[in-house]
Design a binder for this molecule. Structure first.
Ligand SMILES: NC(=O)c1ccc[n+]([C@@H]2O[C@H](COP(=O)([O-])OP(=O)(O)OC[C@H]3O[C@@H](n4cnc5c(N)ncnc54)[C@H](OP(=O)(O)O)[C@@H]3O)[C@@H](O)[C@H]2O)c1
Length: 291
């Protein structure tokens, strides 16, 4: 048996086209164009490509995007100063600080400095807290993208055992938080695994839904999953000139009932959710300005 493919590329295209219409309506009703400010520090080619793609997505959706580019030698104080300027600029609705930042920069201080209402990546502790409590201001892009994939694929999460591989602040922890919420694409029983977890394969074999986000190419092998599992592969790893996920796709697809490919699975959804959050940020700030 070969698993059903969960096609993130086509779902993201659909979501982006709906969002483009909503952006147009918002602009017509308010006269305000949603604006995402992307902050890029240093010369990392992968980061430059990510930012360029996000900017392209914005343009296609009718969202203004500006690039704020700085040399690798930038200090924490200098970057803080720039973030404060973007916070104070009423025409900027969303601020995206592309990670990783150069080593000398205190990443947490920078992310904490972003005004929560402009924090479209949902990294600020206030937004993380709201999300954990089930009253989100923004949803974290990658985990929310995974939820949209599960929803679109008609996967029943209620009562399912979801195993999340990885406990990062960007993917693993918020993914687990979303899946344990009440109602919606949630109500799962969640186990989180990380590099100190013992007998990972024993745990992953119990998963009805397996979300892999560890950054290790082809880590999840066929003997680590049970028949019928739904697999969401968040991993993006470069192996030679190919991009592969954290799951051994060719082998695991023979056992799973549904699986996301890499590329074309979670990645496009993350980008779509960033646009969603930027529109939401513009809506929130425009409503506040009127109140
Ligand atoms: N598709 C997308 O849109 C998207 C978005 C974000 C990230 N990603 C990709 O997703 C992957 C994970 O990203 P991330 O930012 O979450 O990475 P990260 O910050 O490096 O976190 C990796 C997590 O995996 C755990 N881990 C590492 N090796 C392990 C092992 N052998 N067994 C069990 N757990 C292990 C780590 O455990 P410890 O905490 O114990 O160290 C950590 O919690 C990467 O490939 C990244 O490129 C994709």
């Amino acid at each position: 048996m070969s698993a059903r493919m969960i096609d993130g590329k086509s779902l993201a295209t659909r979501l982006r086209s709906e969002l483009t219409a909503r952006v147009a309506r918002f602009r017509e009703e308010t006269g305000v164009q949603p604006h995402l400010a992307a902050v890029l520090v240093g010369e990392d080619p992968a980061s430059a490509v990510y930012v360029k793609n996000k900017q392209l997505d914005c343009t296609k959706a009718g969202i203004l995007s500006t690039l704020h580019r700085f040399p690798t030698t930038l200090t924490t104080a200098e970057l803080l100063d720039h973030v404060q300027k973007l916070n104070a600029d009423p025409t900027v609705h969303g601020i995206l600080v592309q990670l990783p930042l150069p080593k000398q920069i205190d990443e947490l201080r920078i992310l904490d400095a972003v005004l929560p209402v402009k924090d479209v990546d949902c990294f600020h502790p206030e937004n993380v807290g709201l999300m954990v409590q089930g009253r989100p201001r923004f949803l974290p892009c990658t985990p929310a993208g995974c939820q949209e994939l599960l929803k679109d694929a008609g996967v029943k999460t209620e009562g399912a055992h979801a195993v999340v591989l990885g406990r990062s602040d960007i993917v693993g922890k918020p993914m687990a938080s979303l899946l344990i919420q009440k109602g919606g694409v949630a109500d799962a029983t969640v186990t989180i695994c990380h590099s100190r977890t013992k007998n990972i394969a024993e745990i992953t074999r119990q998963a009805d839904i397996l979300v892999a986000a560890i950054g290790k190419p082809n880590f999840v092998t066929a003997d680590m999953v049970k028949p019928g599992v739904v697999v969401i592969d968040v991993g993006i790893n470069r192996v030679g000139d190919r991009l592969v996920g954290d799951v051994d796709f060719d082998a695991v697809k023979e056992i799973a009932s549904a699986i996301t490919p890499v590329p074309g699975g979670v990645g496009p959804m993350t980008r779509a959710l960033l646009l969603e959050n930027t529109l939401r940020a513009a809506e929130l700030q425009t409503a506040r300005a009127k109140a």
